[in-house]
Design a binder for this molecule. Structure first.
Ligand code: PHE
Length: 351
């Protein structure tokens, strides 16, 4: 008589499956074990197929027991595969000694650089007045940085801007590329590409070939403003700058305009606010004058308007440009501009 007929075998098989199934770790392992017992050539399937070898009187009881076993095993496999074998479970089972409830290492949360903060504040002061924010290239053509701004080649006013030239010559043996010395080239670029009315604000990095000291850096940020339309007057410039000064330095601010020279504006001015530290009494920040210079400005020079194809008889405009770090230094009481870019976290973390 074959061992098939041994009724104890059924109980044994059941016990084996239960112990093997508890060790399974993945869906693949479950599927393999299932095939081993219930597959076409599986242990249980084979037994069922060989039932005819059993004497007729015992066949019924064997058949019943085998079928019950088969159903029970199906159920066990099913339950096991529903247990969930995602990566997390797997990880927990394999690395059960690792305590995943321990708090992780804290990531360092940075903050905006003070220059970025102030650029954003400046933009926020102008956008309600209808200024659009635009940006331009840091490597610029001589044409935009100087020529279209009424600063021809060999003109002494080029000395105002100590320039880093880019070491590249064109076929006319000229060096036409430079690191922009101010954001004003965007005046020409914007006007060239649009029809008035124009109201833009241009934040960006500029470069000057200068020795550094507490108030000079070789690279810094400026924000340029430009408005061009029919009938724009100096009063519009005054009102706009006044609004800005009050938004940034407090609603009590007064502003002062004095004549100054920039080749691309006429008249040109420098704009000061009354010293918000000593309220005009005279202190170190305002060099005892009671006034603090915050920007250069003026009415767009007719030559600049015509160089970009606008008729100065029809259109007029104003422009201004300010140094962002200077505004930040005034706002936060920073005494040395070199602190901005020396990457000292003790300084940077304070903002
Ligand atoms: N571009 C000038 C500078 O860098 C500032 C300025 C801008 C002056 C616009 C007048 C009008 O000094």
């Amino acid at each position: 008589m074959s061992e098939v007929l041994n009724i104890e075998k059924i109980g044994q098989i059941r016990g084996n499956v239960i112990s093997e199934i508890s060790k399974l770790r993945s869906k693949d392992e479950i599927s393999n074990l299932r095939i081993k017992y219930l597959g076409r050539k599986g242990i249980v399937s084979k037994l069922l197929r060989s039932i005819h070898e059993i004497p007729i009187d015992q066949r019924k009881i064997f058949g019943q027991k085998l079928n019950i076993l088969k159903e029970e095993l199906e159920l066990l496999f099913e339950e096991k595969s529903n247990e969930g074998f995602n990566e997390f479970d797997q990880f927990n089972k394999e690395k059960s000694l690792q305590d995943i409830s321990l708090p992780g290492r804290k990531g360092i949360i940075g903050n905006l650089h003070p220059t970025s903060k102030v650029v954003r504040e400046i933009c926020k002061a102008f956008t309600p007045m209808g200024f659009q924010i635009v940006e331009g290239p840091e490597i610029e053509l001589d044409k935009y940085n100087f020529e279209l701004l009424n600063i021809p080649k060999d003109h002494p006013s080029r000395d105002m801007f100590d320039t880093f030239w880019v070491d590249w010559k064109n076929d006319k043996d000229e060096y036409p590329l430079l690191m922009r010395t101010h954001t004003s080239p965007m005046q020409a670029r914007v006007m060239e590409g649009s029809i008035p009315p124009i109201r833009v604000l241009v934040p960006g990095k500029v470069f000057r070939y200068e020795a550094t000291d507490a108030s000079h850096e070789w690279h810094f940020f400026q924000v340029e403003g430009l408005a061009v339309d029919k009938g724009i007057t100096f009063a519009d410039l005054k009102g706009t700058v006044y609004e800005f000064a009050r938004a940034i330095f407090g609603s009590e601010r007064k502003i002062r305009f004095r004549c100054d020279y920039f080749p691309f504006v006429e008249p040109g001015v420098d704009v000061s606010i009354d010293c918000f530290i000593c309220e005009g009494g005279g202190c170190r920040v305002c060099s005892k004058t009671g006034w603090i210079e915050i920007m250069g400005a003026g009415m767009v020079h007719p030559k600049v308007l015509s160089s970009v194809g606008y008729d100065p008889e029809i259109y007029s405009g104003f422009a201004f440009g300010m140094g962002v770090e200077r505004i930040a230094m005034l706002k936060y009481g920073i005494e040395d501009i070199r602190l901005f870019y020396s990457n000292d976290l003790r300084f940077l973390k304070q903002f």
